[in-house]
Design a binder for this molecule. Structure first.
Ligand SMILES: Cc1cc2nc3c(=O)[nH]c(=O)nc-3n(C[C@H](O)[C@H](O)[C@H](O)COP(=O)(O)O)c2cc1C
Length: 380
């Protein structure tokens, strides 16, 4: 495929019609957990954080940090939820501010399953999962702390419909809060993957064993949400190749292809896939695999994420390997990332130390805009 000549329009910054959503460019804000939603309630400081990332990028797509579907969904301190009236009300001004800037806003909904501890669970109960196999303690992504997990309780078959229902209600609440749609978190070792992947799922009922059975829960969630809010408002994030939280599969390509083909039956809006090179948290590795077979098989909008910079993103669009490119750490540190990409301007560096601290400003809303940097240089 031909390379990109810089005088051509930059493919990453060309408009894209995603279903009924008109996007002015293809640079997407990744779902990024920030742990600043005290008591699981989104806070007013998130208004500034999210609307900053809609600035200068009218018509872009923003995806929220992972947001809990129920009181059993959490595994980290101060992650937001969307299962109570108070949480729904708290999201509303955040969504309104993003819409006022002209961006499209999807809520990523999750349940961590066994990636949890009794301290995050109601009445100190055990976390729930597809399995009762415990997770060994993991180094947190700051590279220092060790996260410990309580051995999970395996859900009985007759309990699964109520978990599907939690996802359905959370999606309904997201629409009530004003979001344009939801992204189902089916990646990174959380509960959907605990069912999908054969290194974790050891069930013997209709939710375990064959690939079809292992994907049943995820597809029931997709179907329930599509029926509730309309397939044109539903996206899903998948990471078949990742092995986060000891959640790997013996045949990730087969799993990825099975899922996209099954998703086609529900006509959902988008599929968001994490690059195979992102095997461990935040580290890019050499990898022979590619998402192209999944991209080709999926009928809807295809988003790719993981380790992208400007050049890589431009090529992914130019070579038709994706419709949209999702940026995590670069967008976290550069609120005006689309503008910087347009100008090929230098980027702020992200600071890992402040990713997950609870400060409402530091490492959150204080990354400078290009104008601020330029002004400082000019006045020196
Ligand atoms: C601080 C931080 C928080 C993250 N939180 C989430 C999350 O809530 N949901 C999710 O699906 N991925 C999450 N991720 C993964 C990112 O969405 C993204 O896939 C990852 O950072 C790789 O993309 P990048 O190289 O552009 O940063 C997080 C990553 C970081 C650095």
């Amino acid at each position: 495929m031909a390379g990109v000549v810089e005088s051509d329009p930059i493919p990453l910054l060309t408009p894209y019609q995603m279903g009924k959503f008109s996007l002015a460019h293809r640079v997407v804000l990744a779902p990024l957990t920030r742990q600043r939603s005290y008591g699981n309630v989104p806070q007013p400081h998130a208004i500034l954080y999210y609307s900053q990332r809609a600035t200068g990028s009218n018509g872009g797509l923003l995806i929220t940090e992972a947001t809990g579907v129920s009181d059993t969904a959490q595994g980290y301190p101060d992650t937001p939820g969307i299962w109570t009236k108070e949480q729904v009300e708290a999201w509303k001004p955040i969504v309104d501010a993003v819409h006022a800037k002209g961006a499209t806003f999807f809520c990523q909904i999750w349940h961590v399953g066994r990636v949890s501890d009794t301290v995050y669970q109601p009445n100190g109960q055990a976390p729930i999962s597809s399995t009762d196999k415990p997770l060994t303690p993991q180094i947190r992504s700051n590279g220092i702390d060790v996260a410990k997990f309580t051995p999970p309780r395996r859900l009985r078959t007759d309990e699964i419909p109520s978990l599907v229902n939690d996802f359905r209600l959370a999606a309904r609440n997201a629409i009530e809060a004003g979001f344009d749609g939801v992204e189902i978190h089916g990646a990174h070792g959380y509960i959907l993957e605990q069912f999908m992947k054969d290194k974790v799922n050891d069930r013997t009922d209709e939710y375990g064993g064959s690939l079809e059975n292992r994907c049943r829960f995820a597809l029931e969630v997709v179907e329930a949400i599509a029926n509730e809010i309309g397939a044109e408002r539903v996206g899903i994030r998948l990471s078949p190749f990742a092995e986060y939280a000891e959640c790997g599969d013996s045949n990730p390509k087969e799993l990825g292809l099975y899922m996209v083909n099954a998703l086609n039956k529900y006509n959902i809006l988008y599929c968001h896939m994490v690059e195979p090179r992102m095997k461990t948290v935040n580290e890019k590795t050499e990898c022979p695999h590619s998402l192209v077979p999944m991209r080709k098989a999926f009928n809807g909008t295809f988003l790719v994420a993981g380790g992208y910079d400007r050049h890589d993103g431009i090529n992914a669009i130019a070579e038709n390997r994706a419709d949209l490119v999702v940026y995590g750490r670069l967008f976290l540190a550069n609120p005006d990332l689309p503008k910087r990409f347009a100008l090929d301007a230098p980027l702020n560096k992200y600071n890992r130390e402040t990713f997950y601290i609870s400060d409402p400003v530091l490492g959150y809303t204080d990354y400078p805009f290009l104008e601020d940097v330029t002004n400082v240089v000019a006045s020196n």
